[in-house]
Design a protein around this ligand. Structure first.
Ligand SMILES: Nc1ncnc2c1ncn2[C@@H]1O[C@H](COP(=O)(O)OP(=O)(O)OP(=O)(O)O)[C@@H](O)[C@H]1O
Length: 275
């Protein structure tokens, strides 16, 4: 997946423009997303979350259009759209009195048949999502009682339980410890490569983002570069938008614990602070 255009996109944005208050926070965004996982990176305030919200149909646009499976997002009936596109918000809600398993089951709501009856397939999806995020053991605890990282894993499980072809994740690694960050990256790579899912994740952890199939580098409401993590132009732009505060290095894949994040690649790219 190279530039902004992908041959058979699941999700497309054309000439997106968003104004918030008196500021244009997204300007003329053209992007296509097909099967694979894309990381959106850039400095605070670059417009990453606004872009993800726009892609999810949650952000009013000044102009432009988002298409899901070639049809305008606004034309999709809500349940069909919710089956095709799952979303993890930046700041997960506390969840009130709901237990973990009930929260994850919410991910199956768009699939429920007549009278809201859950089928075996729904329970299997819930089980798999809880296993993938390591929250099976707390399934009967209340979401409100969990730590920040535990809650994030439950909300991730809810998004995974949808089993949607398109998955939009806003800072999914927030509060996660390193093993769970790596597990999530492996999970995204697996879903993208083995199940052909289209995954778009806003990430602040640049070394995790550099394991993606494709990076979108944003700053000041615009896209500054798009390409594979090994692309020198993408790497140069990444260093530039962060004001030279980072450097990017190649690490041989056999070098250690983060090996799996790079999957089939020969090297893994890591971003290090320039101290
Ligand atoms: N309601 C609002 N009114 C005016 N400006 C807003 C409003 N909400 C957000 N913004 C501005 O829009 C810009 C983009 O915000 P956004 O949350 O998309 O950035 P981001 O790249 O996700 O940032 P971060 O890395 O800090 O999460 C920021 O400059 C922010 O200050």
């Amino acid at each position: 997946m190279g530039g902004p255009f992908v041959s058979d996109p699941m999700l497309s944005a054309r000439r997106l423009q968003v104004r918030l208050g008196d500021r244009t926070v997204l300007r003329d965004i053209d992007l296509d997303f097909g099967p694979g996982w894309t990381a959106i990176v850039g400095p605070n305030g670059a417009g990453k979350s606004t872009l993800l919200r726009a892609l999810a149909g949650l952000q009013p646009l000044e102009h432009g259009e988002v298409r899901l499976d070639r049809a305008p997002l606004a034309d999709w009936p809500a349940p069909q759209r919710a089956r095709r596109l799952a979303w993890l918000a930046q700041q997960g809600e506390a969840g009130g009195d709901l237990t973990v398993i009930d929260v994850v089951r919410l991910g199956r709501l768009p699939h429920l048949g007549l009278f809201g009856l859950a089928r075996g397939r729904d329970e299997q999806a819930v089980r798999q999502a809880m296993q993938a995020t390591g929250c099976t053991a707390w399934r009967h605890r209340r979401l409100a009682e969990l730590s920040g990282g535990e809650r994030q894993r439950v909300l991730l499980a809810r998004a995974l339980a949808v089993q949607s072809p398109v998955l939009l994740l806003d800072e999914p690694t927030t509060h996660l410890d390193p093993p769970h960050q790596v597990a999530l990256v492996r999970q995204m790579a697996r879903l993208a490569r083995q199940e052909n899912r289209t995954i778009v994740a806003v990430l602040h952890e640049l070394s995790l983002a550099l394991a993606a199939d494709r990076l979108v580098v944003m700053a000041a409401g615009q896209i500054h570069a798009i390409g594979q993590p090994g692309d020198p132009l993408v790497q140069r732009t990444l260093v530039e938008v962060f004001g030279g505060a980072i450097r990017i290095e190649a690490v041989p894949v056999s070098a250690g614990a983060t090996e799996a994040a790079a999957a089939a690649a020969e090297v893994q790219w890591v971003a290090l602070p320039r101290l």
